[in-house]
Write a protein that binds this ligand. Sequence first.
Ligand SMILES: [Zn+2]
Length: 382
Amino acid sequence: MKKTLILLVLISFCGGTTDTGPVTIEDTPVEDSEVTSESQNENEKEVAESKKTSNEDTTVADEETSDENTAVSANKILWGATDAKPEVYAAADVSQATIDLTVEWVNKAIGYWGSYGPLEIWIVGTGKDEVIALDEKWCEVRSTKDPNWNKEWDCANGDPYGSGDGWSPFYRYINDGGAAVSSYISDHLGYYFNALIMSSKYPGPEEEDYKPVILHEYFHVYQHGNLSIPELPDTDGDWRTSNRNVYFNGGEVQVPFLMEGGAEYMAQYWYSKETGVDAGYLKRVMEYKAEAIKPYFNTGKSLRELGYDEEFNSYDILTWFVAYLVHNTSEETFRVNFWTQIEDLGFEEAFKTNFGKSADDMIAEFDTWVAQPIDVLLEIIP
Ligand SMILES: [Zn+2]
């Protein structure tokens, strides 16, 4: 069992929005060729220096018991709402225009939903030498910020680019593309952070999808930021049973459900309101996503059991579910009230409090509703 998988845990892995399936969570072997690591002229750029002081909403501040002990100091690691600006690291073959575009849309997301972090943005290009240099930069940043960082397993190791037997944080993106957010908030870490990773395809920066995908990824940062409970040390070797996944999904197996459905609907909804986006955008996106309705019914599974690797794009039907929740309540009920109450109430109770019935009852209601003709469904889409 590779330790790296365990670390990549609390992750919301994402494919693109409309034209890619979800990226699966595994060390996909990459075939082909030699590993040369030389040029280290990484295109690093700090958007602004991070001033890591003024966080409200830090995790578990217990002021009165601030006696020496290390458990207490671990609780003071910053997480959640922050004034600190994201840091940006890009491979040397990523253009300044792409960096600027990425930062612009992360900043839009921050403007919509608030600033959460600490956040690092990592942008992968297409070149192997350049991505290897980025792997090295990752290790340097990690080791500098966290003396406890496990350089043996959680920096690039083995031969991921050649034999495929090995791992690095970025190797799969040069071939597979996609985007992801990994949230590193675990008791054994000395520095908590979110890594928002963008690549150069599926979608590429020249595609319109690149922008809502950034919003989608940032919504994951927001989701994770609202749960400040660190992951407990791994006990059974199964990352899916982490306590954070239980909070988010109300079950013991990590599923996309409201993590992905929420991120995707919020991304598309807010993107559709941007200047220059045409009035029919959201209906068009949702009509496309309606193609998932039939295959969803064919699975016979509950929405909350759909995995990342279904034969259809499970994100699409989950996005419809969130559209339905928002229609029945409000965007703010979903985005603000529900997500900010999960930590205190737990998933099931927060769901019931905000949407008026249990998640299972709501899914049953949705299943009846979503079986109607597409024209009827689209009436709820703004
Ligand atoms: Zn996602």
